[in-house]
Ligand binder design. Structure first.
Ligand SMILES: [Ca+2]
Ligand SMILES: [Ca+2]
Length: 450
């Protein structure tokens, strides 16, 4: 970061600045509990204290404490390294994360509590903050207590039983904030933890019964649950990254479930894709219903007002990804403009432009828009335009998504200069003048709702 005119190091994800590097003072035997506190030979650093034993559900592997449920170097036991490309989830190597965890890089993490991936992969919390319910915050909530950089339930956490740092002796559990040999309150003793086998995905129906893949523990049985949207899937911890998921917007019964593509990693995750417009060197769209689904889904009861505009290259690398929120009800004929059909070609006639997260403006010409000519071609059937902060008609669009031909007044090619079947998607990180020359982009334009 820049502080007082000098560049410096900012440590995130629960680490602390020690000299010129970031150390994990809860685990690092060279900086245990604080910078420079080195543990004696043979000792480990566990929960920020040097000792001979590991606490908090971790076990000693070499001179470090490892969570063998998640550690790909010690998966299920010390020294069991997972093959390349696989992750460690619930103590087993595999390609998918289970038990409500999310795959972030090569690790399965709980985005509800993980300081380095809070609420989503790579969202690291600033120093001094905790990750509570997927949000970086200075305080814990939901009845939990801040112990170091974690929010814990001191009623049940054997490493912080009744208060921070009160670790229960080996073989004991933490029940109602006191170390004990037995569990109560309807919980079951599994190892050194009291768990609710009705809902615990690692002990579902009994100790050690693990739910896998997209299963969840419901009433003591592992079940595959289908949610109403990508967002609900994400919020229930069932994301395994970007990809196809089954959703059922109206719940059990009624309409059957169907498959959608969900973006779970950009702009907060939980996005349901309603449009994939792939621009090739041929003519790719020759109808005027190509944006219907986005209007339908935007206004559906199972989505909110969030929108995501995304552009990817042909290798699926994200080139542009910005979100916004609509403030108005959309129809096929009125989205970002309430102007008449022959006037929706001009950004000056769009009174409801959506401001995106980088301050760009999103304009969408309606299904019935009916102009022609050069600038007029920006309003003939559905058309999507992204402008920089200050839209200026055809002079400075930044991104274009238009079928090659007019869709309403005639079926001729649009009147932009240099317009071709390869320019149905255009993009210039600055902007371009569509009556001088368009900037074609071969790749994938995507529109998402949430
Ligand atoms: Ca249904
Ligand atoms: Ca094309």
């Amino acid at each position: 970061m820049c502080a007082n005119g000098a560049c410096g190091l900012q440590c995130v994800g629960g680490t602390t600045k020690c000299g010129s590097s970031c150390a994990h003072v809860l685990l690092d035997p060279a900086n245990c509990g604080g910078c420079g506190n080195a543990c004696a030979q043979g000792q480990v650093c566990s929960n920020g204290a040097c000792g001979l034993q590991c606490a908090g559900g971790t076990i000693k592997c070499g001179n470090a404490c490892s969570n063998t449920q998640l550690d790909p170097q010690n998966c299920g036991g010390c020294g069991n390294a997972c093959p390349q490309g696989q992750i460690c989830s619930n103590g087993g190597c595999g390609l998918l994360c289970s038990g409500g965890t999310t795959k972030c890089g090569s690790k399965c993490v709980d985005v509800q509590t993980d300081l380095a991936n809070c609420g989503g992969c790579s969202n690291a919390c600033p120093q001094g903050q905790v990750c509570a319910s997927g949000i970086c915050t200075l305080q814990c909530f939901g009845g939990t207590t801040k112990c170091g950089s974690k929010c814990v339930d001191v009623q049940t956490d054997p490493a912080n039983c009744g208060g921070c740092g009160n670790a229960c002796p080996q073989g004991q559990v933490c029940a109602s904030g006191a170390c004990a040999l037995q569990c109560f309150g309807g919980t079951t003793k599994c190892g050194n933890a009291c768990v609710d086998t009705k809902v615990d995905p690692n002990n579902c129906g009994g100790c050690g019964v693990k739910c896998t893949g997209s299963q969840k523990c419901v009433d003591g049985a592992c079940k595959v649950l289908i949610y109403k949207s990508c967002l609900e899937t994400f919020q229930n911890g069932m994301s395994v990254g970007d990809g196809t998921y089954d959703i059922d917007p109206d719940g059990p019964g009624g309409q059957p479930q169907f498959q959608v593509y969900c973006d779970m990693t950009h702009q907060g995750g939980g996005w349901t894709r309603c449009l994939e417009f792939v621009n090739t060197s041929g003519e790719d769209v020759n109808n005027n219903s190509w944006f219907d689904k986005c209007v339908d889904w935007t206004m559906a009861s199972w989505t909110g007002t969030d929108l995501l505009v995304q552009l990817k290259d042909n290798n699926n690398n994200v080139v542009y990804s910005e979100k916004g929120s609509r403030a108005y009800t959309w129809t096929y004929d009125q989205m970002t403009s309430t102007a008449a059909a022959n006037a929706q070609y001009n950004s000056a006639n769009h009174d409801r432009l959506v401001t995106l997260s980088n301050a760009d403006k999103l304009m969408i010409a309606a299904r019935f828009s009916s102009n022609g000519g050069c600038g007029g071609s920006m309003g003939n059937g559905y058309g999507i335009v992204v402008y920089p902060t200050s839209p200026n008609y055809y002079f400075n669009p930044k991104m274009f998504v238009f079928p090659y031909r007019h869709q309403v007044s005639n079926n001729n090619a649009r009147g932009f200069s240099g317009w071709a079947v390869a320019t149905e998607v255009c993009y210039a990180p600055g902007s371009f003048n569509s009556c001088s020359a368009v900037t074609g982009y071969l790749g994938k334009f995507e529109f998402y709702v949430r």
